[in-house]
Ligand binder design. Structure first.
Ligand SMILES: Nc1ncnc2c1ncn2[C@@H]1O[C@H](COP(=O)(O)OP(=O)(O)OP(=O)(O)O)[C@@H](O)[C@H]1O
Ligand SMILES: [Mg+2]
Length: 251
């Protein structure tokens, strides 16, 4: 954990890939390891939909109090990019204020997990993308990726976009890993490592009852030490995981 950055930007290859689920599980582990762990969602859209917002789900799961205006400082009704949702609502995104607020929040914790909206290429304004927010917050990126078919392309594009915008990438967390693994899920992790040279920082199983919007964290408390690499205080080893997958393929 000595190399753990002060702030980590949790992004995903897409919306709905499990950023909130992974952030919640990771925050729980970091608290367990004794770190005062902040979680913040600088831009939340889709508040007009029924269900919990991301910060509400995460703090509910952690069993910790939060002040919503502090951990979810800018909320928009439409389930769209912040850029478009703000335009529809007729508000101007106070970018500098939100960056300042988030920096201030980061400075008060041992470590802070910042959940982005959608993926790295989502516009906050016409010229400012989620990846730019990660850069401005000095927060290296963790990309949450799906396990199965399609994830190689999405992950490659996310990694390339991060590079282009100057965002440092810590690695990938594969979320919703199926048991038994289908052939794409069983072979993708080795491709991520061998072709894209990206660190696999964790693998979270598929928990059938998990429903972030519906407020069910069913199964998620099982995503502890065994799911995250030593960088985050866990004991997940990508080498062991890949070894087990290749043994499974040979059976
Ligand atoms: N490990 C998992 N096992 C089973 N279902 C999952 C898992 N992770 C996420 N899901 C399902 O996918 C849904 C979306 O997950 P989550 O809200 O974490 O995605 P997100 O990337 O944070 O989405 P957003 O872009 O809206 O912030 C969850 O409500 C849940 O139903
Ligand atoms: Mg989310």
């Amino acid at each position: 954990m000595k190399d753990l950055p002060k702030a980590v930007f949790i992004t995903g290859t897409d919306t709905g890939v499990g950023k909130t689920a992974v952030t919640a599980a990771l925050a729980a582990l970091l608290w367990e390891k004794g770190l005062v762990t902040g979680v913040i969602k600088p831009f939340q859209t889709g508040t007009e939909l029924d269900g919990l917002s991301d910060a509400e789900f995460i703090y509910g799961f952690l069993g910790r109090e939060c002040v919503l205006s502090e951990v979810s400082p800018f909320r928009l009704r439409a389930p769209l990019s912040p850029y478009r949702a703000a335009e529809i609502e007729g508000v101007k995104i106070p970018l500098e204020d939100i960056i300042g607020h988030t920096r201030d929040y980061i400075s008060r914790n041992d470590v802070t997990l910042i959940e982005g909206a959608g993926g790295l290429g989502v516009p906050v304004t016409e010229s400012y993308m989620m990846a730019d927010l990660a850069v401005d917050l000095d927060a290296p990126v963790v990309v949450v990726a799906r396990p199965g078919l399609g994830t190689l392309n999405h992950t490659a594009l996310s990694l390339e976009y991060a590079r282009q915008r100057g965002a440092e990438v810590l690695g990938v967390v594969i979320n919703g890993f199926p048991e038994p693994a289908d052939v794409a899920s069983a072979t993708n992790p080795a491709v991520l490592r061998d072709v894209f040279s990206v660190n696999i920082l964790g693998v979270i199983p598929h928990f059938p009852g998990l429903d972030v919007e519906g407020g069910s964290s069913s199964g998620l408390s099982q995503a502890g030490e065994s799911c995250f690499s030593p960088l985050f205080g866990g004991n997940f080893s990508a080498d062991v995981f890949l070894e087990e997958l290749s043994e499974g393929a040979g059976r």
